[in-house]
Design a protein around this ligand. Structure first.
Ligand code: CA
Length: 329
């Protein structure tokens, strides 16, 4: 049911337009969800799919990808580059993680459903039309409004050794000081998991988070995206060398992810990047309406470095408040 305006098997050149996903709302019986897409092709070579706004409240990726969209010409490409900077327009307009159109977390909709909701239909289009054509899949994230991260490229530890090695080299080419191996602690159906299952070299990021995006995060995102495209060879020019080796951190134990024991107001007690030990208090959940009540501590269960933490102060019982990762040798 999704209409694609561009020729995905274009021989040479640049095309752009909107994927059109049919949906209805009360003031639009025959409405279309419009998702911008561009393709740049110049001969044989890698086929790279680069995406932003998988989650609506994460903007550095869409800004970096839109800049490339405006600036690139096919002569700068070897192979094919497909850009989808604004995957989830309803969520991005609402500054929400979930799509207000269907209540879905797009990053839990894979491999999708051609007869499902708009998010599920788009996930199915990516899984069946775009991923199979791609050699590389780039999905740019931040922690959104709920989490803040040490800015990092990150990945799953995939079982295939060749795929794993290429993914690690590509993550390092994003030029973030830290690179992060993560586990799925919040459900299945992730975009990167489906692309990995199809054997793609998948590059993802957690470039900070919270609602405020400082200039250095935008610079990191734009430099990293261009550099990883040069590393892959789809964008002309030599990739920049790293000025220091990447520090690889891993949070593969479910105890590395800490959750709020009760609802309340959260106080972070440790800053991102600080070393922590088991038993150390990472934060407290306060109940300021009963000032006599002592706050509930959240204590680290594993040693490492605080790589992710709660961004908004208000929280509900069961919200993720911290992620502790250990340096890989
Ligand atoms: Ca995200």
């Amino acid at each position: 049911m999704i209409r694609c305006p561009i020729d995905l098997d274009l021989a040479f050149g640049r095309q752009s337009g909107y994927l059109e996903i049919p949906y209805s709302y009360n003031l639009g019986g025959w409405a279309k969800l419009m998702v911008p897409i561009a393709i740049f092709r110049n001969g044989p070579g890698p086929v790279v799919l680069a995406m932003g706004a998988n989650h609506g409240d994460e903007y550095p990726g869409p800004i970096a990808l839109s800049r490339l969209w405006r600036e690139l010409s096919p002569e700068q490409i070897s192979g094919t580059l497909i850009l989808l900077p604004w995957l989830n327009p309803p969520a991005a307009h609402a500054a929400t993680r979930l799509s207000p159109l269907d209540g879905k977390n797009f990053n839990r909709c894979f491999p999708g459903n051609p007869h499902g909701s708009p998010s599920e239909m788009l996930a199915h289009f990516l899984s069946t039309e775009l991923f199979p054509r791609a050699s590389h899949v780039i999905d740019l994230h931040t922690g959104g409004r709920s989490l803040d991260f040490l800015p990092c490229a990150h990945m799953h530890d995939v079982p295939d050794p060749r795929q794993n090695r290429e993914m690690r080299l590509a993550a390092e080419a994003f030029l973030t000081p830290d690179t992060f191996l993560y586990a799925d602690v919040a459900g299945a159906g992730l975009l990167p998991s489906e692309a990995e299952r199809q054997g793609k070299i998948v590059i993802t990021t957690e470039l900070g988070g919270s609602e405020s995006v400082p200039a250095h995060i935008h610079r990191l995102c734009q430099r990293g995206l261009s550099n990883v495209l040069r590393h892959i060879g789809v964008l002309s020019g030599d990739p920049l060398p790293r000025t220091a080796p990447a520090r690889w951190l891993a949070a593969l134990d479910e105890r590395d992810y800490l959750f709020a024991p009760e609802s309340g107001i959260y106080e972070n007690a440790v800053s991102l990047g600080e070393a922590v030990i088991p038993g150390q208090t990472l934060g407290w959940v306060h109940c300021p309406e009963v000032p006599d009540r002592a706050p509930a501590p959240v204590r680290a269960l594993t040693p490492g470095v605080l790589i992710g933490c709660r961004a908004p102060s208000r929280l509900a019982q069961g919200d993720c408040v911290a992620c502790v990762a250990r340096e890989l040798n």
